[in-house]
Design a protein around this ligand. Structure first.
Ligand code: SF4
Length: 142
């Protein structure tokens, strides 16, 4: 477990807009979070950890910063909450090659946006066993 996992109580998953605009509901990542598997395995099983997913907004992910700033403002204004409890996960559809496409070519740019927002960021969300197998076999475009 990451030593900071237990300090985070608001998880944001940024997903590839190409994947979610027409196909993905976001359920698989939410399910993985609820089951504490894949990229979420380190979080405590108990406790009130909130979950929010959002699209990057489309290439090259410029909307990510605006959306995260909107979130930070909302947390501060509506809940008087410090954003230090937030961690952003870049979803596996962004960080790994998969059936939607290769790893996003704008990952570093998006990470820079998250850093500008002053938020913690890690790579990965749901890890699908079948996709892991195909990656290991080199079936996906890199
Ligand atoms: S910037 Fe990356 S994550 Fe966002 S839509 Fe484009 S390929 Fe997908």
């Amino acid at each position: 477990m990451d030593s900071g996992d237990s300090e985070k109580s608001y998880i944001v998953v940024v997903q590839c807009d190409h994947a979610i605009s027409q196909v993905c509901s976001g359920f698989q990542c939410e399910h993985a979070f609820t089951a504490r598997t894949g990229g979420f395995a380190g979080y405590p099983a108990t406790g009130n950890i909130r979950y929010l997913s959002m699209s990057c907004g489309g290439c090259p992910g410029r909307a990510t910063l605006r959306k995260l700033i909107n979130l930070k403002k909302g947390l501060k204004k509506r809940e008087q909450t410090d954003s230090g409890m937030v961690r952003v996960h870049l979803s596996t559809c962004i960080t790994h090659s998969n059936h939607h496409g290769p790893r996003c070519p704008h990952v570093d740019y998006i990470k820079g946006q998250i850093e500008r927002a002053g938020l913690d960021c890690v790579e990965g969300s749901r890890i699908a066993p079948a996709a892991e197998k195909r990656r290991s076999e080199g079936q996906y475009q890199e």
